[in-house]
Design a binder for this molecule. Structure first.
Ligand SMILES: [Zn+2]
Length: 245
């Protein structure tokens, strides 16, 4: 279940968070995640300690890094990466999104965590499945992997042009009935549902997937939205994170 924490101003998945695993999907109230000071402030003002903060340079790719600390500093940036996986304790993995889908992964049995960012580009290239594959390569098991799909633009607001529609249809023809809808003559895509279906296809159990019910564009009190705010003054991105002790 996805729950809101009034004090921290984040959403989190009860499938993932426990005494040793801590993750969350930040809201607008935490501030623009593209500004490092907002992330640092979130952890310090809530007395949340960690050893290292990892920030990937997101480029809408399907590049995944298996993170191992290389330097002593408590901040490490990774270039050209949209997915990060680690086994190291005390490491906070982060991504920022506004409409794109942030997805958090954990395999508690094998002590692995991961996070990824996927908009339409990452989704059409099955980023979520590449994440599962990589977690298995480093010792994870599809039976024990749990996943939380964070807040993204809903099917209600995500209309796509013909070109993109055909691109998705070609790749995911079997899911057409579920992921596409016609609204006011326009084709809409359900990105979060697509990622959910791709996880099932990859062998992740239904009961091990938490699925976010809201739309970033509709809910302007809690979320930033690229489509709604474009690059205007209101525009920002939410940060999401996971760490383990
Ligand atoms: Zn909407």
């Amino acid at each position: 279940m996805i729950k809101y924490d009034d004090n921290l101003k984040i959403f989190s998945s009860s499938l993932i968070n426990d005494n040793s695993f801590f993750s969350g999907f930040g809201t607008k109230l935490v501030g623009d995640g593209r500004k490092l000071e907002n992330i640092l402030n979130f952890f310090s003002s809530n007395n949340l300690t960690y050893k290292k903060l990892v920030i990937p340079e997101q480029i809408h790719s399907v590049n995944i890094e298996v993170f191992e600390s290389k330097i002593k500093e408590n901040l490490e940036k990774i270039s050209e990466t949209d997915g990060v996986i680690t086994k190291e304790p005390g490491v906070v993995l982060t991504v920022v999104t506004a409409d794109c889908s942030p997805i958090i992964f954990s395999d508690k049995k094998n002590s692995i965590i991961g996070i990824s960012h996927q908009g339409w580009r990452g989704s059409v290239k099955r980023m979520v499945q590449k994440m599962v594959k990589k977690m298995i390569e480093v010792g994870g098991n599809s039976e024990s992997i749990k996943v939380a799909i964070g807040p993204s633009i809903g099917e209600c607001c995500y209309n796509i042009d013909e070109e993109r529609y055909y691109e998705f249809r070609e790749e995911f023809d079997g899911y057409s009935d579920k992921i596409f809808h016609l609204r006011g003559g326009k084709r809409h895509l359900n990105l979060a549902l697509l990622n959910y279906l791709l996880l099932l296809e990859k062998g992740i159990k239904k009961e091990n997937i938490d699925y976010f019910p809201f739309c970033t564009k509709c809910d302007k009190n809690r979320f930033f939205s690229f489509r709604r705010d474009k690059k205007g003054k209101q525009y920002g991105e939410m940060f999401s994170f996971i760490m383990k002790s």
